[in-house]
Design a protein around this ligand. Sequence first.
Ligand SMILES: Cc1cc2nc3c(=O)[nH]c(=O)nc-3n(C[C@H](O)[C@H](O)[C@H](O)COP(=O)(O)OP(=O)(O)OC[C@H]3O[C@@H](n4cnc5c(N)ncnc54)[C@H](O)[C@@H]3O)c2cc1C
Length: 338
Amino acid sequence: MEHEIKDITILGAGPTGLFALFYCGMRGASAQVIDALSQPGGQLTALYPEKYIFDVAGLPKILAKDLVRSLEEQAAQFKEPVHLNQHVTGLEERDGHFVLVTKTDRFPTRSLVLAAGIGAFSPRRLPQAVAEPWYGKGIEDRVLDPEQFRGKRVIIIGGGDSAFDWAQQLRGTAQAISLVHRSDRFRAHASTIADVLAACETGATKLFAFHELQDIHATGGAIDSVTLRHVKSKELLQLDCDVILPMLGFVSDLGPLNEWGLHLVNDEIVVNSQTETGHAGIYAAGDICSYPGKLKLIATGFAEAATAVNQAVHFVHPDKKVAPGHSSNMAVFGQKDD
Ligand SMILES: Cc1cc2nc3c(=O)[nH]c(=O)nc-3n(C[C@H](O)[C@H](O)[C@H](O)COP(=O)(O)OP(=O)(O)OC[C@H]3O[C@@H](n4cnc5c(N)ncnc54)[C@H](O)[C@@H]3O)c2cc1C
């Protein structure tokens, strides 16, 4: 599918990309943001949705997932599209504009803000070879709709935030939940761990610490049980289940960005103080960009997003100034005409 051309396309819907999308709207530029993940928020959504963040200006304390929700809400004022589940693999230049290419879609654009963080995330796969044929047929590494697990016997593998979050959130939807982890050390939010352990006390959830997947059994092409192995005693046990959810975190890959002729050092795009990459019309902001003194923080990503978008606006529409003026005085927000 070929999408309509936009003034600015943002690659990456992390905090930097979401703020950039808002900023494009504020500056009157048409825009879109593209992300490989099924949800916006980048590292905040994928790696630490339940953690509190304490160093976002003006917000003494905010859950990562709530900050993402606010950023989405702020950007949504301008009704520009957020394209999810779109892993960008190619960049083409055609008739004086760019085209970002994914497996299924093409996104033409007059300028680009690369806010790709530490690269495209994909869920870490189970290391056991026996698991591979079952992906998409009983092994699901993304929960897009909790309702798909209604009445199912679910095994969740992992000991981090997403394993505990889903052990908590599928309670009452799944028929049975078993949490399997290689150790008894968990890396999730303390209150979620406490909640899940309390559910284990009542029998609503089963916990198999020090266990790992050994084998998968099926009847009629559908998973009906697994064999778990105790990592210390090597004892085996069989557990009935319909679905396995490996929640093992994510691996990230800069992949195609390495091949776009940009100046990369240590997987970071070198930019100047205007966030210019050296390729006219392409800017970089957030964790992906590098310059002397760069800090990889949400706060700096926000500032770089503003710089990049203001530069891109001027690049696409030379009659528009780089300096944005003050939002408190802008007609676009119903304030005194600027
Ligand atoms: C556990 C943890 C705690 C943290 N706590 C804090 C904190 O308290 N305060 C703070 O300021 N910072 C914190 N950080 C750092 C902060 O999360 C990052 O600085 C921030 O996420 C960077 O935002 P970003 O938008 O630049 O990149 P990211 O959040 O990495 O988002 C980049 C997005 O680009 C997408 N993408 C990349 N390549 C492609 C591609 N080819 N196609 C499609 N999509 C692509 C990715 O899928 C991703 O969604 C923490 C980080 C971690 C891991």
